[in-house]
Design a protein around this ligand. Structure first.
Ligand code: SAM
Length: 193
């Protein structure tokens, strides 16, 4: 297949942006698939910071890392991604979000527009020039369309001089298929103050 599926394309973007020794963020750890993927990219001298608000997700992510003997490459935090700046003060090479709820779990614990946007803002500051934020937008659940719309509104208004914003989407798939929003930082933001 020439056109990469959404998840495959998200991984392609992460592979292109993360090198050994760098810092990467899994903003919605869930079952830990992306944390493990990033742990393979950062190598033994890099780190993945993984966030999730659910203990179940933190445990699942830690187990996945342990099963692959890569637990030393990740810091798994039971905290919201909106607090990312509390934990990281070095340049971030890439971050990934999967918006929505944890499959097979409580459908009421979903990512929310305010905290998602707050996390994107913080990560844009932390991101190195050339770094990428990948959002895999699931929106079929209750509240999903509101979050999708608010995130689209926010990213559409980012300064083109500083961030390139891409939407990657299959247009003829049925049943609210996920799509990607990718943000590439191309220039440092002016310092505040
Ligand atoms: N990437 C995951 C995987 O590989 O299984 C799937 C992530 S799932 C679609 C979304 C996750 O975001 C849920 O596990 C949920 O608990 C988490 N979440 C919700 N609000 C959050 C927040 N403010 N900060 C961090 N994680 C959050």
């Amino acid at each position: 297949m020439i056109l990469e599926r959404v998840i495959q394309y998200a991984q392609t973007l992460l592979k292109k942006s993360v090198s050994e020794g760098e810092i990467a963020v899994d903003a919605t750890a869930g079952n830990g698939h992306d944390t493990l993927f990033l742990a393979n990219l950062v190598g033994d001298n890099g780190y993945v910071y993984a966030f999730d608000v659910q203990k179940e997700a933190v445990d699942a992510t830690l187990h996945r890392l342990l099963d692959n003997a890569l637990e030393h490459r990740a810091i798994v935090l039971k905290d919201g991604h909106e607090n990312v700046a509390k934990y990281i003060n070095k340049p971030v090479a890439a971050a990934i979000f999967n918006l929505g709820y944890l499959p097979g779990s409580n459908h009421e614990i979903i990512t929310r527009p305010d905290t998602t946007i707050q996390a994107i803002e913080s990560l844009l500051t932390l991101l190195k020039v050339g770094g990428v934020i990948v959002l895999v937008v699931y929106y079929g659940h209750e509240g999903g369309k509101d979050e999708r719309n608010e995130v689209i509104e926010f990213v559409s208004n980012l300064s083109q001089k500083h961030v390139h914003v891409l939407r990657y989407e299959f247009m003829n798939q049925k049943n609210d298929p996920p799509f990607i929003i990718a943000l590439e930082k191309v220039k440092e933001f002016p310092k505040e103050g």
